[in-house]
Design a protein around this ligand. Structure first.
Ligand code: FAD
Length: 241
């Protein structure tokens, strides 16, 4: 028997990048979405009754302060997303959650550093959206690595809304595949210690959240530990790619 799931209806599909869509879902019964912490994930079942092999985990990209929908931003790569790509509003999923320990706790984390890449930014953006919505004083340094500008999920929102209306947030985009002659004046290349030190004052006592390809997660975690960041201040979310 599959675990019990709650029916959520697909309300809207929003294009983020050429290969990434946001699925906006609402409780089929109406009312508020489930309670969750910023950064947690859910298990999405293709239908409320579908078995585990027709389900996958997705981080919640929206803020827990948004009570009438949940956004799941999904890269259309792999087996399960093939089932998603032609779905239309009105389709009913099953949802199980919230799940996971990868979440921002404003009461104990005065300055968080979010290190993300590609679709790995989804839980990190959930944290940022939460902080911006509540006007939290917690400082946030967000380093987001992508191949090019076109591949950067939520680019306009990151550089617009949060940069403008969250004075405690610093958003840094870095590109790994821009042509040398491209006029971009910001960071280039992968996230490394030099880049962290350029943007995070006193980097050793901050709380880190890392979510990108599993190898990047491991490399950054090892780097932070070698530099002297306490282990309990480094959290990873491995998405399995
Ligand atoms: C906690 C958690 C949170 C997650 N959150 C998200 C999320 O917010 N958005 C999201 O899109 N996925 C997320 N995932 C991944 C998601 O659960 C699926 O694994 C993903 O959609 C691929 O589907 P699949 O497992 O059927 O692919 P498979 O058929 O098992 O994979 C096919 C191939 O594609 C590669 N691949 C799969 N996904 C990607 C990718 N995104 N980038 C590069 N290569 C990839 C795999 O390495 C593999 O080689 C999350 C996973 C976990 C565990």
């Amino acid at each position: 028997m599959p675990p019990a799931t709650i029916p959520y209806v697909l309300a809207e599909v929003l294009r983020e990048t050429p290969d990434t869509l946001t699925y906006r879902i609402r409780p089929e019964a109406g009312g508020e979405v489930l309670d969750y912490k910023p950064g947690q994930f859910v298990q999405l079942h293709l239908t409320p009754g579908s078995e585990a092999k027709l389900s996958r985990s997705y981080s919640i990209a929206s803020s827990p302060t948004t009570r009438d929908f949940i956004d799941l931003t999904i890269k259309l790569q792999g087996t399960f997303p093939q089932h998603l790509k032609d779905l239309k509003p009105g389709h009913v999923f099953g949802l199980r959650g919230p799940l996971g320990h990868f979440f921002f706790d404003p009461a104990t984390q005065p300055h968080i550093v979010l290190l993300g890449a590609g679709v790995g930014v989804t839980p990190l953006v959930g944290m940022l959206r939460y902080a911006t919505a509540l006007k939290l004083p917690n400082r946030i340094t967000f380093l987001d690595a992508n191949k090019t500008e076109e591949d950067t999920i939520y680019r306009e929102e990151l550089l617009g809304l949060h940069a403008r209306s969250n004075p405690a947030a610093k958003i840094v985009l870095t590109y790994t595949r821009l042509a040398p002659e491209h006029p971009w004046k910001g960071e280039r290349g992968r996230i490394d210690w030099d880049m962290i030190e350029r943007h995070v004052p006193g980097p050793l006592d901050k709380h880190y959240f890392i979510c990108g390809p599993d190898q990047m997660n491991k490399d950054l975690k090892d780097l932070l530990l070698v530099k002297g960041v306490p282990r309990e201040r480094v959290k990873l979310e491995n998405m399995g790619f």
